[in-house]
Design a protein around this ligand. Structure first.
Ligand SMILES: [Zn+2]
Length: 224
């Protein structure tokens, strides 16, 4: 009898312990702001295509690093995140006969394959040495794209200080995809000041937070 009582008590204690341990976990996950959202990140360029370059600083490498920081931030808010590339290769994954056209075609297909709630193409800009500032682009025929761009822009400008506004465009990656997406130029690699920031992993985290806040604002407006 004593043994049975002891067993019952230990079961009760174990149950109490488990409910204390698991309850907070369940609560946190259901409150995560981007739970059940599927987001594709598209680090621009890759492989033979470095994108914009200044000396040994290449756009394709920094785009990838910013996307890794974004993935971490978005996942911490409950989103499921996919990247179109996770290494220094283009979409064909062949190391001969580089073709921008093939790369872009496969990129657009890959983005749509994940059926994301939204996607972000991440790039860095390049111009003369005095140009600077982040800019968010949306497809000219997409009203949702414009709303998303506007939400992301208003959070990003707190970090980048940009004076540029959002802009409509007909970039292939936005035009050829079925999914809602925007293209973000995070800053100018050709500007010495901004290049210094864009190389820093701390800055990548700041950008990732700001962009994620913008996505949250967009989702809240949709839900509300
Ligand atoms: Zn680019």
């Amino acid at each position: 009898m004593v043994i049975i009582m002891k067993k019952i008590i230990s079961f009760v204690l174990l149950f109490a312990l488990l409910s204390v341990l698991y309850k907070p976990i369940i609560n946190v996950s259901s409150q995560q702001s981007l739970a059940q959202k599927v987001i594709v990140l598209d680090p621009g360029h890759g492989g033979a295509d470095d994108g914009a370059s200044v000396g040994k600083v290449h756009e394709d490498e920094l785009n990838l690093k910013i996307c890794f920081a974004l993935k971490e931030e978005l996942e911490s808010r409950g989103a499921t995140v996919y990247l179109t590339r996770t290494d220094d290769q283009d979409m064909t994954r062949r190391d001969y006969n580089y073709s921008k056209q093939d790369d872009m075609y496969l990129r657009a297909l890959k983005i749509d394959e994940y059926k994301p709630d939204l996607f972000l193409s991440i790039h860095l800009n390049s111009s003369n040495a005095s140009a600077w500032g982040s800019q968010v682009f949306y497809y000219k025929k997409s009203e949702e794209g414009q709303r998303l761009a506007s939400c992301i822009h208003s959070k990003m400008k707190d970090i980048t200080g940009t004076k540029k506004d959002i802009s409509s465009c007909s970039f292939y990656v936005l035009r050829a995809t079925q999914s809602l997406g925007v293209l973000i130029e995070c800053g100018f690699i050709s500007n010495a000041n901004e290049r210094g920031q864009l190389k820093s992993s701390k800055y990548h985290k700041k950008l990732a937070k700001a962009i994620s806040d913008g996505i949250e604002d967009y989702e809240k407006a949709l839900a509300g």
